[in-house]
Design a protein around this ligand. Structure first.
Ligand code: NAP
Length: 313
């Protein structure tokens, strides 16, 4: 018979790793299951500068997350790399079935996060990895001295566009409105950056190219006018990065857990509508999705799991 853990944490981003750290530190037997690399969104974030207490200038998401991973390990969390395909939360013991094995626990903390929203233009899928990217940290170097376009006007778009200016010859933000949503402090830096340009009131309609992205059609959202943008003749290609928000990774729980717009509903203590099942981080319906709020959710969820287990005994 497989081991029944006190806590299974699904996802190893800031919420999941903090939940693991707190659960492990409370001497609960804890398993963290992650299908890819640790970190979730911040694994592909170039710079984190607003995590409290952070002093390292220009610290990257991966370096911050590496410390969180180590800390969870230090407190005894077991780790498995697997993709969970189905869950059964109907009994007192919660069951999760992955591609490599089956896992059981008294409590589950869902911290599966969110993934980038596609740009939504014609032919997009064909050019993902061939000019279209959702990760500046991963792909910026590929566009050294090329032209790059960034879609979006939020914190992520503007911060990642600034990062891209370290590599690309010219970076143009394409935004559907004529003002940015990003925090004012981020905007101030962006407007001072000479390599950063803005194409206001535009969206990308269609992308094209011979294998690699070299052409796109953008539409003026006010006039409807279409403009074709082609790669510089010497370059032959350009980059297009999408940062237009996130979509929750909640498909696995559809019809099982209460949600709103695919985000899991919890109370202030991270309880879902199912006893013994908690949710933490970007997967939750909440007002602020940041590393610090994800970490806080993870800590609360773990302490609530401990309380729930104590009440069971
Ligand atoms: P976001 O804040 O939701 O911004 C999404 C941006 O994409 C908005 O400017 C939006 O335009 C635009 N957009 C949405 N759908 C679009 C579409 N279909 N076509 C074209 N444009 C579209 O998303 P985010 O920047 O990815 O940030 C996600 C969360 O992470 C936020 O809570 C953010 O604060 C947080 N974050 C924080 C930091 C930081 O604090 N340093 C860094 C990165 C992310 P409109 O403005 O017109 O709605």
């Amino acid at each position: 018979m497989s081991k029944i853990y006190d806590v299974i944490v699904l996802g190893a981003g800031p919420a999941g790793l903090t939940a693991g750290l707190y659960a492990g530190r409370s001497r609960l037997s804890t398993l963290i299951i992650e299908k890819g690399q640790d970190g979730g969104q911040i694994a592909i974030t170039n710079e984190i500068e607003n995590y409290p207490g952070q002093q390292l200038e220009g610290e990257s998401g991966p370096s911050l997350i590496a410390r969180m991973t180590e800390q969870a390990k230090k407190f005894g969390c077991e780790r498995v790399s697997d993709t969970i395909k189905s869950v059964d939360f109907s009994g007192k013991t919660k069951k999760l079935v992955g591609t490599k094995g089956e896992y059981e626990a008294r409590t589950v903390i869902i911290a599966t996060g969110a993934h980038p929203r596609p740009i939504g233009c014609k032919n997009e899928e064909q050019f993902v990895g061939k000019g279209i990217s959702f990760c500046a940290t991963c792909d910026a170097a590929f566009f050294e001295d090329f032209e790059v376009y960034v879609v979006g006007g939020g914190d992520a778009a503007v911060e990642e566009a600034m990062y891209l200016t370290k590599f690309a010859r010219k970076v143009t933000i394409i935004h559907r409105r004529n003002e940015l949503r990003a925090a004012k402090s981020i905007q101030e830096k962006a407007f001072k950056n000479e390599k950063l340009h803005f194409m206001w009131d535009h969206v990308v309609e269609e992308v094209d190219g011979d294998g690699m992205l070299s052409k796109m059609i953008v539409k003026n959202t006010k006039t409807g006018e279409l403009t074709t943008i082609e790669a510089d003749e010497d370059d032959g290609i350009f980059g297009l990065f999408g940062f237009i928000g996130l979509l929750p990774n909640s498909e696995l729980f559809q019809g099982i857990i209460d949600m709103e717009n695919n985000y899991i509903l919890t109370d202030d203590n991270m309880h879902t509508n199912i006893e013994g099942v908690f949710a933490a981080g970007d997967i939750r319906k909440k007002s602020l999705r940041q590393v610090v709020t994800a970490a806080a959710d993870g800590a609360i969820a773990a302490m609530q799991a401990e309380k729930y287990i104590a009440d069971l005994n």
